[in-house]
Write a protein that binds this ligand. Structure first.
Ligand SMILES: NC(=O)c1ccc[n+]([C@@H]2O[C@H](COP(=O)([O-])OP(=O)(O)OC[C@H]3O[C@@H](n4cnc5c(N)ncnc54)[C@H](OP(=O)(O)O)[C@@H]3O)[C@@H](O)[C@H]2O)c1
Length: 340
């Protein structure tokens, strides 16, 4: 069996280019004792990957040049040398940007396709869903009647953040990058309001957050962040989940030093500003899965996926994710999904 892999050739400067990657082909590896060979069905594309393509200090090391790009996957076991897995089992793990990968019981989790569509294991029932859950349920100290603001509100994390906030009795306000996305966020996901961040931000915040913001679930950074930060209420909480608007930056944007604004705002309003890293919340993964699965089953939580066909289109899809071309959780269908 032939195995196509996308490997990182160069650390991108700014927006990743096709030439920063190469598609190589070789034989699929054979599993050794205790291992299984998995055919990738879905590859998850996530913004954090941009951080792994740089040599800046972060919470995990950069990807190695010449190595297959890493990534969460859903796949099907095609050969097994571990009695815990049978041929045909569906699993999720970190298979990477390739057709086939080797896994072990230490790094694979079996999926039951009768319980949920298998793709959800890297979306609403996986890392992005857990991120939203951890941020809102475990960190935000959100109270009924408070206003939660979230950026990238139609995305994998943001769409869930606002819905969980609503379930907790709060007001959910979001921004998204198009009127169509905003319509979806309000009409389908049930947020109280969503406005287009490509329009007049100050006017949008004034209209939709008239009582200020108690929790800013920050996904984007930049002007969206500064406008939200200016409206934070006394004892507000800022959950820093991400700042995608700056992931391709090579240097800080020019302009005056804004440390006074952030320190002053935090001091005057006695804000709590906390970084969120989903992997710090491993202990709540089972609880999250149980609760999220029951919310989905009862129709309280909705989600949307954006599926691109073919491993060869992964780089283009990833470039699109960084500028908002995706509409929902970004996935690449690497091979046919036998459950659909
Ligand atoms: N800390 C953690 O453990 C953790 C875990 C998962 C994700 N995250 C972070 O959570 C955020 C959302 O991730 P996701 O997986 O849910 O991705 P996503 O929201 O599905 O996709 C990314 C979205 O970001 C928005 N965006 C991109 N550039 C922007 C800009 N300059 N200004 C405003 N919006 C912009 C786009 O939406 P629009 O079209 O609406 O602009 C795009 O669709 C990211 O910052 C990610 O790094 C953090």
């Amino acid at each position: 069996m032939r195995n196509r892999q996308i490997v990182l050739k160069a650390y991108p400067e700014g927006m990743p280019k096709e030439s920063d990657f190469s598609l190589v082909e070789g034989e699929a590896p054979a599993p050794k004792e205790g291992e299984v060979l998995v055919r990738t069905v879905y590859l998850s594309l996530d913004p954090y990957m941009r951080g792994r393509m740089t040599q800046r200090r972060s919470y995990s090391p950069p990807w190695k040049l010449g190595a297959v790009c890493e990534g969460g996957t859903v796949g099907q076991v095609v050969a097994s040398k571990d009695k815990a897995f049978a041929e045909g089992d569906f699993v999720t793990g970190m298979g990477g940007w390739q057709d086939f990968s080797i896994g072990t019981r230490a790094d694979l989790r079996k999926l039951d396709p009768k319980l949920a569509p298998i793709s959800t294991a890297v979306g609403v029932l996986g890392m992005p869903g857990h991120t939203a859950y951890a941020g809102v349920v475990k960190m935000a100290e959100l109270k009924p009647g408070e206003t939660l603001f979230v950026s990238a509100a139609s995305g994998a994390v943001g769409g869930l953040v606002g819905q969980i906030a609503k379930l907790k009795g709060a007001r959910a306000v979001g921004v998204a990058g198009s009127d169509e996305k905003c319509d979806f966020v309000v009409k389908e996901l049930g947020f109280d309001a969503c406005f287009n961040h490509r329009g007049d931000l100050a006017a949008g915040f004034a209209e939709h957050c008239p009582k200020g913001i108690d929790v800013d679930f920050e996904n984007v950074g930049g002007d969206v962040f500064w406008n939200a930060f200016a409206r934070m209420n006394l004892h507000g909480r800022v959950i820093i989940c991400g700042f995608i608007s700056a992931y391709n930056d090579q240097a800080p944007p020019p302009g005056p030093d804004r440390s006074g604004a952030i320190l002053g705002g935090a001091l005057v309003n006695r804000l709590t500003i906390r970084g969120l890293l989903v992997y710090d919340h491993r202990h709540s993964f089972d609880e999250f899965q149980r609760e999220m699965a029951s919310w989905i089953k009862s129709g309280k939580i909705k989600y949307r996926e954006d599926v691109v066909e073919g491993l060869e289109n992964a780089v283009t899809a990833f470039q699109g994710l960084l500028v908002g071309k995706n509409f929902g959780k970004m996935l690449v269908r690497v091979s046919a999904d036998p459950t659909r």
